[in-house]
Design a protein around this ligand. Structure first.
Ligand SMILES: [Ca+2]
Ligand SMILES: [Ca+2]
Ligand SMILES: [Ca+2]
Length: 195
């Protein structure tokens, strides 16, 4: 175990090893709680090695979310929730959550930046999403407050709308008072629109 920890500590992550894979920036949370409490970010280990997330950081240029010890196995997904209790209330307790310290980066409902840093401070990638991603004509995007998340189509594709679209599936939906599912997306699991 100690040997393994030393190995993972010596191997720095490279851009593309861990990617931002899904974002719930504007949850349909009017019946559940505050927007910012139901936000979450999913990351994906696209490398062939298990990666210890300790020391990695997510920022929007202002607030900083420091990831704590968590071994993310190859080809698996991890969820960083704004608020553990709110997430679990909405999605249940089957999804493993990545512990973190710092201050949540509050995902703006218009456009915002999510920057992923390696443990040595290298920028792994930058996602600048926009509420227009997935919108068509006068129809707003279903990721913009209508329950869907924004999902990445290909882990190796670019961070633009050609590779990011609203989720079409949902996991553990919780009906609101009108019977509509309010917590969509695929936190902790393969994306509904993945290729
Ligand atoms: Ca938001
Ligand atoms: Ca922000
Ligand atoms: Ca997912």
């Amino acid at each position: 175990m100690l040997f393994f920890l030393i190995i993972t500590a010596l191997v720095s992550q490279l851009p593309g090893d861990i990617v931002i894979n899904e974002v719930m920036y504007n949850p349909d949370g009017s019946t559940l709680g505050l927007d910012e409490h139901l936000e979450w970010i999913e990351i994906y280990n696209a490398s062939a090695e298990g990666i210890n997330l300790a020391g990695m950081m997510i920022s929007d240029g202002n607030n900083q979310v420091f990831l704590s010890h968590y071994l993310l196995a190859p080809d698996t997904y991890g969820v960083i929730p704004a608020n553990d209790l709110s997430f679990t209330a909405a999605y249940g307790s089957d999804v493993r959550l990545i512990p973190w310290t710092g201050e949540w980066t509050r995902l703006r409902n218009s456009t915002d930046e999510i920057i992923l840093y390696s443990e040595n401070g290298t920028v792994m990638e930058t996602l600048r999403y926009d509420q227009t991603w997935g919108a068509s004509g006068t129809e707003p995007s279903s990721a913009d407050g209508d329950g869907a998340s924004l999902e990445r189509i290909s882990a190796s594709g670019p961070n633009d709308p050609s590779n990011w679209q609203p989720s079409e599936d949902f996991a553990n939906p919780t009906p609101d008072n009108g019977g509509d599912s309010v917590c969509w997306g695929t936190p902790g699991a393969v994306n509904s629109i993945a290729e």
